[in-house]
Design a protein around this ligand. Structure first.
Ligand SMILES: Nc1ncnc2c1ncn2[C@@H]1O[C@H](COP(=O)(O)OP(=O)(O)OP(=O)(O)O)[C@@H](O)[C@H]1O
Length: 313
């Protein structure tokens, strides 16, 4: 059985009257890419800061690599790489010097450090920018430098806090590919985001977090299977009498019907031919319609069913 890398038990963190993390539990096994998914303000960063011993907390227990995590746990911290949402590099150092500085916090031996710095530069594809100062880098390249600084010392646990916020699609893809590669090379990853598509794309397991609580966890498929929704149908219709809405609501497997801004939304809880049944009904009634499409459940649907609100901003 694989080893437990992170164990958080009943974590509580308050900021004055606000409970930012509320009896939060989480266990992460070696080799996982754990996605911590929650809207802004749900407590993701606070949880990570407690995990990293950057913040003290009021209740609970945190273990990393089987040992209690404390501010002075240097031997544990050596094996952790952190990439924060805000880029944290020195403007007065070049790309190479920045990575060398952060790597040097953990790797003393000069030749090994040089090798690691070169490998990190290659990994984030910043070879052509080694002697550039951060101010000369685009936003995406700066993010990649931030990542190189966090991973150059080859940590076994890598924590990434929303690394793709405000990143262009090309750099975003590079970052996601890079995370998968680091995981392939053996690192366990914690990845926080409020972008459900990203979390679904790369994470082997997902924790849905809101108001400081762990609301649900599992693979994306497991989470989706747990909810009632299994298909949402969207049909553009100019106008739809209330009577027809009621009739559509009576169709097999339909559990929710909404009509607004000339769009009918039908949610179904099972069945294979729901779209055909709804279209057949509209045709029988002589109701003309435009664009039609059907979606399988998303993590947003999971979030919506659990919390009653959308995960999307
Ligand atoms: N230093 C602080 N003092 C007071 N309240 C804080 C502090 N830091 C965070 N909070 C509050 O704690 C709650 C959780 O915030 P946190 O930053 O952990 O959430 P998050 O899920 O990481 O959100 P985001 O995606 O915006 O970073 C929020 O209500 C936030 O306003």
């Amino acid at each position: 059985m694989s080893e437990t890398v992170v164990k958080i038990e009943n974590l509580v963190k308050n900021y004055k009257n606000l409970t930012a993390v509320d009896h939060f539990n989480l266990e992460i096994k070696e080799g996982e890419i754990l996605g911590l998914l929650g809207p802004n303000g749900s407590g993701k960063t606070t949880t990570l800061n407690c995990l990293l011993s950057l913040l003290s907390f009021h209740e609970g227990k945190i273990e990393v690599f089987g040992e209690k995590m404390k501010p002075e746990s240097y031997s544990l911290k050596k094996n952790i790489g952190v990439i924060f949402q805000n880029v944290a590099v020195f403007d007065t150092l070049t790309v190479y010097e920045n990575i060398d500085f952060f790597c040097g916090l953990y790797i003393e031996e000069k030749a090994l450090r040089k090798k690691y710095v070169e490998e990190a530069i290659q990994f984030v594809e910043l070879g052509d920018f080694k002697n550039y100062y951060p101010k000369k880098l685009s936003g995406g390249l700066l993010r990649r430098l931030n990542i190189a600084c966090g991973i150059a010392h080859k940590p076994k646990l890598i924590v990434l806090d929303e690394p793709t916020v405000a990143v262009d699609p090309q750099s975003r893809n590079k970052i996601l590919e890079g995370i998968l590669e680091l995981n392939k090379q053996g690192a366990t990853i914690i990845y926080t985001s409020h972008y459900m598509e990203e979390v679904e794309e790369i994470c082997s397991r997902i924790v849905i977090m809101d108001k400081g609580k762990n609301l649900a966890e599992g693979t994306a498929e497991e989470l989706k299977r747990r909810i009632k929704n299994n298909e949402t149908i969207y049909i553009d219709i100019r106008s739809l009498p209330a009577e027809d809405m009621d009739n559509i609501r009576q169709l097999k497997h339909v559990y929710s019907v909404e009509y607004s801004e000339e769009r009918l939304t039908v949610k179904c809880d099972g069945g294979n031919h729901n779209l055909i049944h709804v279209m057949d009904y509209l045709q029988e009634r002589g109701i003309s319609f435009g664009r039609v499409h059907s979606e399988l459940p998303t993590l947003n649907d999971v979030f919506l069913e659990i919390t009653g609100k959308e995960l999307r901003d």
